[in-house]
Ligand binder design. Structure first.
Ligand SMILES: [Zn+2]
Length: 134
């Protein structure tokens, strides 16, 4: 994915809901249990709400019990990561490789086979059911 999407903050504000802007462009965190995608169990693909890049498939999703949509793997090259010391403990922040939008944090207490838990803000995602995918 080399076609990076770079927009001004004003352009992002036009494109995104206030909630999505707070997460994607300001590294905010939505309240747990607020995302309808938490209970999304259909087959399909989760794409970036900022730029439409495919990030996860429904096969990568698991019920983490945290209140945020969670995944044990990502599509190859979907994200870039960065250490984040905001809570005085290192966490690994990840953001969309295409538009740089913040999505969540990755932890090492996920299920097999990867042991990873990609804890994603639902508002940063859109779900495309398999039937509608082109
Ligand atoms: Zn994106």
């Amino acid at each position: 994915m080399t076609d990076k999407l770079e927009l001004s903050d004003a352009e992002w504000r036009q494109r995104l809901s206030p909630e999505a802007h707070a997460v994607l462009r300001r590294e905010g965190t939505e309240r747990a249990w607020t995302s309808t995608l938490y209970e999304e169990h259909r087959k399909g693909t989760f794409i970036c709400a900022g730029c439409g890049a495919p990030l996860f498939t429904s096969e990568m999703k698991f019920d983490s019990g945290t209140g945020w949509p969670s995944f044990f793997a990502t599509l190859p090259g979907a994200f870039e990561t960065r250490r984040d010391w905001k809570l005085f403990m290192p966490r690994t922040e990840y953001h969309c490789a295409r538009c740089g939008g913040h999505h969540g944090h990755v932890f090492d207490d996920g299920p097999a086979p990867t042991g990873q838990r990609w804890c994603n803000n639902g508002v940063a995602l859109r779900f495309v059911p398999e039937r509608e995918a082109s």
